[in-house]
Design a protein around this ligand. Structure first.
Ligand code: SF4
Length: 132
């Protein structure tokens, strides 16, 4: 039976250097995958029967990918994945709470398929994205 859940890495590394954490030293600086690669992989997963995808990143809401004159953020990735046939839910972990979810895009609250998992108590802004 094909899995209905999948994890999809959209970035790796971290630039935050929290005092107690080794991640930036062992994984290096933040590097985001091209949007098109993410969409292509998500389409492939959906074509294989996956219904729910969790987007992964050390600080996933730091996702930034520059292409031409445009810089894409996490909200842009979610928007691109939203219309893929067969996908019913999108999740993302781990959110870095200091980064305003609202600031990442004015389009943020429109996606009914999105859910996030925060590792720390959500800020006022972050609650916007914490839909069940
Ligand atoms: S944001 Fe997370 S991964 Fe990055 S340094 Fe802080 S605790 Fe480590």
């Amino acid at each position: 039976m094909a899995p209905f859940l999948a994890y999809l890495r959209i970035m790796r590394g971290c630039n935050k250097y929290c005092s107690y954490c080794v991640v930036p030293y062992v994984r290096g600086p933040e590097q985001s995958r091209p949007v098109e690669h993410i969409v292509e992989e998500a389409r492939r997963l959906a074509g294989n029967g996956v219904k729910e995808i969790t987007l992964l990143g050390q600080t996933v809401n730091s996702y930034r990918f520059a292409h031409g004159l445009r810089t894409y953020g996490l909200a842009d990735v979610l928007e691109r994945l939203h219309d893929i046939d067969g996908l019913e839910r999108l999740r993302f972990v781990t959110s870095y709470r200091v980064i305003s979810m609202k600031a990442s895009s004015a389009r943020w609250p429109i996606c009914p398929r999105c859910a996030s998992t925060c590792t720390s108590p959500p800020s006022r802004e972050a609650t916007v994205s914490s839909r069940p």
